[in-house]
Ligand binder design. Sequence first.
Ligand code: NAP
Ligand code: GDD
Length: 344
Amino acid sequence: MKKALITGINGQDGSFLSELLLEKGYEVYGILRRKSVVDYGNVTHIKDKIHFIYADMTDVVSLIKALNIAQPDEVYNLAAQSFVATSWDQPIATAEIDAVGVTNILEAIRVVNPKCRYYQASTSEMFGKVQAIPQDENTPFYPRSPYGVAKLYGHWITKNYRESFGLFTCSGILFNHEGERRGKEFVTRKITDTVARIKLGLVDHLELGNMDAKRDWGHSKDYVRAMWLMLQQDEPDDYVVATGETRSVRDFAKTAFDKAGIKVEFSGSGVDEIGTDVNSGKVLVRVNPKFFRPAEVEMLVGNPKKAEEKLGWKREISFDQMVERMVATDITLVKQEMRYASQL
Ligand code: NAP
Ligand code: GDD
């Protein structure tokens, strides 16, 4: 039985990866941070199948202990301060977790078991102000946020430990991936959650920032399979994982309303742009400049050719299916919330 240690296990990707590895017969260890309230987050439903270890990416001693307890064959480093907007408010914490934290865990591997294979959660955010379209493994980086800059350090130190010490380290340069377990601060889940609340009459309208921003959106369940495949190869390498399609935030919102049976039409421009319900004439989407970022990544679209050819990876969930799943799940969750509130 293979053993895997996952940092960030209770996050979106950690949960889908845990399910995948458990299905494959792995013994799964996961790192949690100590909080005042015990919270297993996205792995609550499978918590009895996981060995939890309390540790923190900023504390190398705790990571060495975790490696000693788990003795893993594979480490997946998914832990991060992962919300780009927060990285301007907490630039130092972001760097300590997302940049130096990577050195911490690589050092822990070097000390405890240098044969252990390592996956680093790199990101398309490193392409930032894009230097080529589409972006692939050879596209130069130009990060646009403290998060992107910190992740770039994590990316290079992962490569450096491979070249310096011969560790089996891989970076997955993953484009945006979403799903029913996505945090509600990210734009896709914010949209599907608010669409559900509008549909059920709890909220009037949705407020967004830059609706022109374009992203290459896939589903997390497909992307964690690529992480695992990277660690099963004969040689360590870095791979872009993406769909090759790009859509604006406006397109995402339109599709989400569609899936809830609401037709929305956009008009106006800049901060005056609105989205109107074609049937009722009600304004359902407005722009709020508080969601603008100090520097924006305008457009991302990845080329997954290398991952498809070398790993045999292929996504299975289309954009349409993903939005449909997210909207349907949020409608169910909001209905549950309403039932619970009515019983109080
Ligand atoms: P997520 O849902 O925000 O999960 C992040 C995880 O990191 C949480 O479990 C969080 O634990 C943990 N964490 C944060 N700070 C930590 C610390 N100091 N020590 C230990 N754990 C810590 O993120 P995700 O969407 O699953 O993404 C997984 C990874 O992929 C991240 O590294 C992200 O930057 C990267 N990535 C994501 C995407 C995407 O589109 N989703 C794309 C490219 C790369 P708490 O619950 O305690 O906060
Ligand atoms: N969050 C948010 N909220 N974003 C908005 C909003 C809003 O109300 N309105 C417009 N946007 C725009 C943002 O300005 C950005 O251009 C885009 O929507 C996507 O924002 P997020 O969903 O927050 O994701 P992200 O692209 O910044 O970062 C995600 O993807 C990266 C990979 O490219 C995160 O998952 C990162 O951790 C990941 O590395």
